[in-house]
Design a protein around this ligand. Structure first.
Ligand SMILES: Cc1cc2nc3c(=O)[nH]c(=O)nc-3n(C[C@H](O)[C@H](O)[C@H](O)COP(=O)(O)OP(=O)(O)OC[C@H]3O[C@@H](n4cnc5c(N)ncnc54)[C@H](O)[C@@H]3O)c2cc1C
Length: 455
């Protein structure tokens, strides 16, 4: 039977980073990364079709942590553009700048009135929502932005994305993701085209060449023990053995999971029923990404556009060639269209594609004469974990159990959170440090463990 000190499930950024930091430590701790797919990167990976490099929707680098920034800049050595965000909202037949709540200038008079008057009322009321220990997202949005902004953007957009009633969602996820302008900014943005940047991602980086796949590839090049096409199908935490498709059994001392937490819980043999039940309470939203290669340069000069209105079946559209021109053949535009679904809801891709193309023509993004050089659907199950009122209790039950079993579950889906690429990399680093903190020092290699590269 193969043996390793640290078995890592998943070759996405979190798993690769954990392996990279174990390897870099210089300690003689053996590790093995198992990835079920035929490439590394998970959702931070790309697909090549007809000369286009399609990411899983937009994957832009927002670097906030000094170590994360240094590492990513080093990994991608000069292969990065720095871009100032150009994100917009399309509603009432016009474009307004992101975020909607601070940029209503140009919208029909009645919409501006609704938004500004509603916002003024919230300022008059003070923060009622502070009275509630954990308000719903719906309640919080109404208290924070007022009825008009909620009616014309916050509610329709978020309902389209999350696909659940907003009073079932908490506010824990939105801290850095939903900008909260000041009263003067809302007023100013209703009277003039305010060009001020709001939010956490006013600028972003993106690889010049290779799409976002170049980031996980750069990490993977720096680690030795990675096995692709290796799906973990069962984990026995008592015997410390994993069952892996095409490989067989692998014994481990430490286990690091980066697969979606609910699915991971289902892989564990002999798991207490309360933990299994907690896994089933974790909710999420699926995304379907329609990637298009259009035979026309400069279809839009924007980076991405939000679509809150129901008449469009998508919630967001982005233009990857504006991140880097090298993701498409010369003279072409690469773009992506994002739709979401509740899990198990089903989707008729042919029908949705027709509707999406009609929608894009109706708002003038595509012309009826446009020729498509490539089109490709990328289903993204479990793309967004849902912050509902069950989540925290369920996570508490699962993580209490996993801690007792000496298992780490990290990354956006392993830790079941709304986080980004840099954070997945930092999660991997922290996890490696934690393992190294309890692993024996360099000269005392764990005796019964042998390092066995599979690839
Ligand atoms: C629509 C969308 C847009 C996003 N946009 C951005 C953005 O602009 N900027 C940004 O920074 N972040 C963005 N993100 C977030 C980013 O994708 C994640 O933070 C990051 O990719 C998470 O990495 P991970 O390793 O935690 O998970 P994953 O990427 O999900 O990696 C987990 C890996 O585990 C593998 N796996 C699963 N089960 C098994 C098994 N049983 N056996 C073996 N392998 C298994 C999977 O194949 C996968 O490769 C976006 C996410 C989504 C969904």
């Amino acid at each position: 039977m193969l043996k390793t000190d640290v078995l890592i499930i998943g070759g996405g950024l979190a798993g690769l980073s954990c392996a990279y930091h174990l390897e870099r430590s210089g300690r003689r701790v053996s590790y093995l990364v198992l990835e079920k797919g035929d490439r590394v990167g998970g959702y931070a990976g790309s697909i090549v079709k007809n000369g286009f490099i399609f990411d899983h929707t937009g994957h832009l680098l927002h670097l906030h942590d000094p170590y994360g920034k240094k590492l990513i800049l080093n990994l991608l050595k000069g292969n990065l553009y720095l871009r100032e965000r150009r994100s917009w909202i399309y509603s009432n037949g016009i474009y307004t700048r992101y975020p909607f709540q601070a940029n209503t200038y140009g919208l029909p008079q009645r919409v501006i009135e609704d938004c500004v008057v509603g916002f003024l009322k919230t300022a008059g009321q003070g923060s009622n929502h502070r009275l509630f220990k954990s308000p719903s997202f719906k309640h919080w949005a109404l208290q924070t932005f007022g009825e008009g902004i909620c009616k014309h953007f916050m509610f329709p957009y978020n309902e389209k994305l999350w696909r659940v009633p907003l009073n079932r969602m908490t506010t824990e996820w939105q801290g850095r993701f939903v900008p909260k302008p000041k009263l003067e900014e809302v007023l100013y943005g209703s009277l003039t085209d305010q060009k001020k940047f709001f939010g956490y991602n006013a600028a972003f980086r993106y690889p010049k060449r290779g799409g976002i796949q170049s980031l996980p590839d750069a990490l993977a090049q720096r680690i030795q023990n990675l096995h692709l096409g290796a799906r973990v199908t069962r984990v026995d935490l008592r015997e410390r053995v994993a069952q892996v498709n095409g490989v067989g059994e692998i014994a481990f001392k430490f286990l690091v999971n980066t697969a979606p937490l609910n699915r991971f819980v289902d892989l564990i043999s002999w798991v207490p029923s309360s933990v299994r039940e907690a896994g089933r309470q974790l909710r999420f939203t699926d995304v379907y990404c329609l990637s298009l290669g259009v035979q026309r340069a400069g279809v839009s000069d924007r980076h991405w556009i939000y679509f809150p209105e129901k008449r469009f079946n998508f919630y967001r559209v982005g233009f990857s060639t504006n991140f880097s021109p090298h993701v498409a053949p010369p003279g072409a535009t690469s773009m992506y269209i994002e739709l979401s679904r509740r899990p198990g809801e089903g989707i008729d891709l042919a029908r949705e594609e027709k509707r999406a193309l009609e929608g894009l023509r109706s708002c003038g993004i595509l012309k009826s004469s446009d020729r498509l050089l490539a089109r490709h659907w990328i289903p993204m199950p479990c793309a967004y974990v849902l912050y509902d009122f069950q989540r925290e209790r369920a996570l508490h039950a699962i993580f209490t159990y996993l801690r007792g079993q000496k298992v780490e579950s990290i990354g956006r889906y392993g830790a079941w959170k709304y986080s980004f690429m840099e954070e997945a990399i930092l999660d991997g680093k922290r996890c490696a440090q934690k393992i190294l903190g309890v692993a024996p020092k360099s000269s005392q290699k764990l005796p019964e463990v042998e390092l066995k590269p599979l690839k």
